[in-house]
Write a protein that binds this ligand. Structure first.
Ligand SMILES: *Cc1c(COP(=O)(O)O)cnc(C)c1O
Length: 495
């Protein structure tokens, strides 16, 4: 399968080049030149394990890899890193099935793809003849950073540099990152928000001067953000797996449509579910849930994307994003691959901070429902759910749950719904405890974890429990305008 840019330049690459590059030369995102047209044989896949489904999906999109290579990537990616038997865990309450995607090494759903990406990259490197060092630049709103650090730590031939908003992540998220060990890792706090970090990283990727100087030092950049196609494809797997499990345990019949509910930030997770539907998973509605940073809600309601607004720091910080990068791939979808439209929209976003979907493509948006939930309702949702069903959700999952409840009230839709549960409640103990009505004043994050455990008896994930014994290794906090110069210095590009 070949890949090309959403913005229409003529660069066409195979899958391992797309994985290694991350971002296209014209700033666009890699998409398949021809999306797979054969539908998955779901009735045959009914007995497949998570790993077997992974092999099917990865083979489909990355067909330059042999079947043996894919099987080996799959087994390396998932072995021993996940604390539940079949990688994810499903919990059905009434019409809702929560897909718990957070049982990996860093307790957020980013592990689902970031356990796979480093293996895809090292196998990709072996396929290109030159032996350059890959420098992974990652902007994070909190969870990608740690999952990427964990995935790439001590991986030969790579270096990973993470930028996080110093004041825009939870204490647990910060400790997770700044205590990261590994000979090839570096973590910087920045004095801006996630969008500032993401913009700086994208600028560096398309800066010809830095790229040339990287080449002369035998280095090349890549991305572990969800703009990398090597992140999106592994995320298709759990939608296929979860649908099949619902059929298997007779919650639905094969062929029944489901709703898919996702707490959205960069739009990568929900886009993967859209790709799953293109492969044959029947979907009634895609429900895109946002917090107070509700650019996506407005987009689905009005057809206008407008980032000209203040960013709020919320209790669901991994969704504190105003520019959802993967929406670009969705524009490409709704416009039937109209590259000129995508390019014009992205140019407009760059120049004015907004763009409008033309009427011709407007009705395509109706497969999606956009809604949002503020912090008060998020905390209430955590308390309500726990009281009613003894089920503990993190803040991001709670946003999705509340938006789903609002949707059901509005529409009366009783379709079985898959809700992406994207983080362990212990990553956001402070807000979760408040949702349960507890005062957290004066408590450290570790006191809070213990308190939450005492109240709910939900086990603390061992990676989060172990943080209390870690020390801060990475101390640098830099100005957002210095990111580029700082990077040149760190990589010794001037020498
Ligand atoms: C990253 C993240 C999200 C948002 O996912 P996107 O793919 O960026 O839309 C939601 N919840 C949690 C916990 C996350 O880490």
């Amino acid at each position: 399968m070949l890949y090309k840019s959403t913005r229409g330049n003529t660069e066409v690459v195979n899958s391992y080049e797309a994985i290694l590059k991350g971002l296209c030369d014209d700033g666009g995102l890699f998409v398949p030149v021809t999306f797979p047209t054969t539908k998955l044989n779901l009735s045959e896949m009914i007995s497949y394990s998570y790993k077997e489904i992974s092999s099917v999906i990865l083979n489909l999109f990355f067909d330059d890899f042999s079947k043996e290579e894919i099987d080996s990537i799959v087994s390396k990616s998932y072995d021993n890193k996940f604390s539940c038997d079949d990688i994810i865990s499903l919990k059905t309450i009434d019409n809702m099935t929560f897909m718990e995607l957070y049982h990996g090494p860093t307790s957020a759903f980013k592990d689902m793809a970031l356990s796979v990406l480093p293996n895809l990259m090292t196998y990709s490197m072996n396929k290109v003849s030159e032996n350059k060092e890959i420098v992974i630049l990652t902007a994070t709103s909190g969870d990608t950073g740690k999952a990427a650090l964990e995935g790439f730590s001590n991986v030969d031939g790579t270096k990973i540099i993470v930028y996080y908003p110093e004041n825009g992540v939870s204490d647990t998220q910060r400790i997770q990152m700044v205590s990261q060990e590994g000979s090839n890792v570096k973590v910087f706090g920045i004095d801006g928000n996630f969008d500032d970090a993401q913009r700086a990283v994208k600028d560096i990727f398309t800066d010809d001067e830095i790229k040339a100087s990287m080449l002369s030092h035998n280095k090349v950049f890549s991305s572990a953000n969800s703009i990398n196609i090597g992140r999106l494809v592994p995320q298709i797997i759990y939608y296929v797996y979860s649908y099949i499990q619902l059929v298997k345990n007779k919650t639905i019949s094969l062929g029944d449509a489901v709703n898919i509910v996702v707490p959205c930030g960069n739009f990568g997770n929900i886009l993967s579910s859209y790709y799953a539907s293109k492969l044959g998973i029947p979907v009634n509605k895609f429900i895109c849930a946002s917090n107070t940073n509700n650019v996506l809600t407005d987009f689905f309601n009005t057809g206008e994307y407008d980032r000209n607004r203040d960013m709020f720091c919320t209790v669901s910080p991994s969704m504190d994003i105003l520019v959802s990068s993967n929406l670009e791939r969705y524009l490409y979808e709704i416009s039937d691959n109209d590259e000129d439209f995508v390019k014009a929209s992205m140019n407009s976003l760059q120049a004015t901070g907004k763009y409008q979907v033309s009427d011709a493509y407007r009705d395509k948006l109706s497969k999606f429902y956009g809604g949002f939930c503020d912090d008060t309702n998020t905390l209430n949702a955590i308390g309500d759910m726990y009281k009613a069903h003894d089920y503990l959700m993190d803040t991001h999952t709670a946003v999705a749950y509340k938006v789903y409840i609002d949707y059901v009230k509005k529409t009366g839709d009783t379709t079985q719904s898959l809700i992406a549960s994207t983080a362990s409640p212990y990553k956001f103990s402070n807000a979760v405890l408040k949702g349960l009505g507890c005062c957290t004043e004066g408590m450290s994050d570790f006191d809070m974890m213990d308190k939450l455990n005492e109240i709910t008896s939900v086990k603390i994930p061992s990676n989060l429990y172990g943080l209390r014994n870690k020390t801060r290794i990475h101390n640098d906090v830099i100005n957002r305008s210095d990111i580029k110069e700082n990077l040149k210095e760190y990589l010794k590009l001037g020498e």
